[in-house]
Design a protein around this ligand. Sequence first.
Ligand code: ATP
Length: 583
Amino acid sequence: MLRRVIPYLRPYKGLAIANNGCAILSLAFAMSYPALTRRIIDEVISGKRGDLLVPITLALVGAFAFRELFTSLRIRVNNIFEQGVIYDMRRDLFAHLQRLPVSYFDSRSSGDLLTRVIEDVNSLERVLIDGTEQGVVALLSIIGALIILTRTNGVLTLLCLAPLPILVGGALWYTLTAHRRYRAQRQASSAMNALLMDSLSGVRQIKAFGRQSHEDARFRDRAEDLRQGTLGVMKAWAYYSPAMAFAASTGTALVLGYGGHLVIEGQLRVGQLVEFLLYLSFFYEPVGRLHSLNQMIQSARAGGERVFDILDAAREPSDRTGRLPEVIRGDVRYEEVRFGYGPERVVLKGVSLHARPGEMIALVGPTGAGKSTLVNLLPGFYIASSGRITIDGHPIEQVELESLRQRISVVSQEPFLFNGTVRENILYGRLDATEEEMVEAARAANCHDFIERLPEGYDSRVGERGVKLSVGEKQRVSIARALLKNSPILILDEATASVDTATERLIQEALERLMQGKTTFVIAHRLSTIRRASQILVVRAGEIVERGTHDELMAIEGVYARLARIQNTTFIEESFEKLAGQI
Ligand code: ATP
C-alpha cells in the first residue's frame, strides 16, 4: 500500500520536508519544558535563587510560544500537503473510472464506486494528515526521550521500558486482526450506499409499488450490517487502546515508585525525578499516538485496497494509434463478428453486414436477440471476440477510441440528460458550438419552442436525469444534442414508449433531420420506420436470419413477411407477440 501511495507524495516533497521540519522544531521547543522545570525546582526553589525565576519562566514562555508557532505552521503546511495528495488521488480515480470499459460498470454498483471515491479516499486522507507527521514526530519524540532518559538515569529508563513487550505484542495483535474488521466495515458501508443509490434512483417505482416498508427493511438490514461492522472495529479499539494505556501507566508507576525510593535514599533530587517523569510523557504519549496511528493505518489499508482496486482495473485500450480521417463516408462492415458477455454468454454468433454511406439499417428481432449488443460493438463499448468491424475500411480495433466515438452519435430509447441546464445538455454534443448553432440544432430537433416556453428558457434546469421534462421533450433534447455533434454514423434505439401523435410527429421530423445523409443503425420498433429502411436485418439468437429491403423480405415469405402481415400493429414487438411460438 505504501508503495502505491508514495508516488502521490513525491510531488510534495518540499511540503513534506517543511511539515516534518516544523514538527521537529515544535518538538524541540516542547522538550525544553522538563529541563526548565527541573531548574526551577532544583536551582530556583531548592537553591533559593529567586533571581533566576523570572528569566527561566520567560524562557519557558518563549519555548511554549515557539512550540505553538511551529505547530501552527505545521498544521497549515500539512493541510496544503494532504489536500494536494487527496486532490491528485481523487482526480486520478475519477479520470481512471471514466476510462474503464463499459463492462466494468456492468458488474458494479454506482453506490459502491461512490463509496470508494469518497469514503475510502477519506480514510487514506486521515493517514496522510496524521500519519506522515504524527508518525515521524512520535518516533522522533520516542527516540529523543529515550536518549535523554538514558542519560538522566539508566536504571529508571530500564524500568520504564518494562511494559514494552506488552505494548509491542498488543500492537501486533491489533495490526494482524484489525484489517479484516475494517475491510468488513468498508464492504458493509458500500453495500448500504449501493442500496441507497438504487432506491433514490428508483424512488418513483418504490412509491408506485407501495414498497416503502419493504425498502425500509432492506435498508435496515444493510444499516445493521454497517452498525455491526463499525461496532466490531470499535470493540477491538475499546479493548486495545485502554489496555495499552494501562501497560504504559504501569511503567510510570514503576518509575515513580523506584524514583521515590531513590529520592528518599538521597541518590536523586526531586527536580530530577520530576524532570524524568516529564520526559517520560514524551515517551509514552507518542507511543499512545502510534497506537492511534496504527488504527488509522488499518482503516486506510482497507480503504486504500478498494481505491487501488479501481486504479488497477484495466482501462479501455489507449495504445491504439490509428485515427479515422477528418471526413469519413460512413461505410460500415461487420465481418463474421462474434461476441459474448462471458464464455457462457455468447450473444453474437458470426454476424456480417455492410452498411453503405447514408443507408438506414433497421435491426429487428425478438427481445434478447442481440440487437443492442451488435450496435454497441461499433463505438467500442465492447470488443468483439473474433471477426472484424471496419469503418471506411479502417478496422475499428486499431482506431483510437476518441477518434472513433467522435464519428458516431448514439441516441437511446431512454435519453439520459445530465443534471444541468437545457443549454448544457444540448452543448454536450459539441462544447464549442456557438449560441446560434445550438439554437439551430434545437430548432431542427423541434425543441426550440418548448424550451422558449420554459420559465428560464435554455437556462432552465432539467433535474436529475431530466425528470423535469416529459419523455418526448427529453427525446428531442437528446436529438438536438446529436444534431450538434453531427457525426456521420448514427445509432438510434427507437423509442417504444407511446407518445401522443403530435409529439410523435415532432420526434419523427427531428429524427428525419438527424438521419439525413448519415449511415444509421436503427434498433427499430416501429413498422413505419422499418418499411423505409435501406436494409432490414432480422436478428434471431445472435444471427442475422434474413436481410433485404421490405419488398425483398416480403417476397421471400420468411419471418419478416409474416411479422409485417400482422394487422393493426404499430410496433414490431406486437407482431412478435402475436406470432409467438410460430416463428
Ligand atoms: P431488446 O430488444 O430487448 O433490447 P436485444 O436484442 O437488444 O434485446 P441485447 O440487449 O443485445 O438484446 O441482449 C442480448 C443478450 O445479451 C441477452 O440475453 C442479454 O441478457 C445479454 N446481455 C445484454 N447486456 C448484457 C450485459 N451487459 N452483461 C451480460 N449479458 C448481457
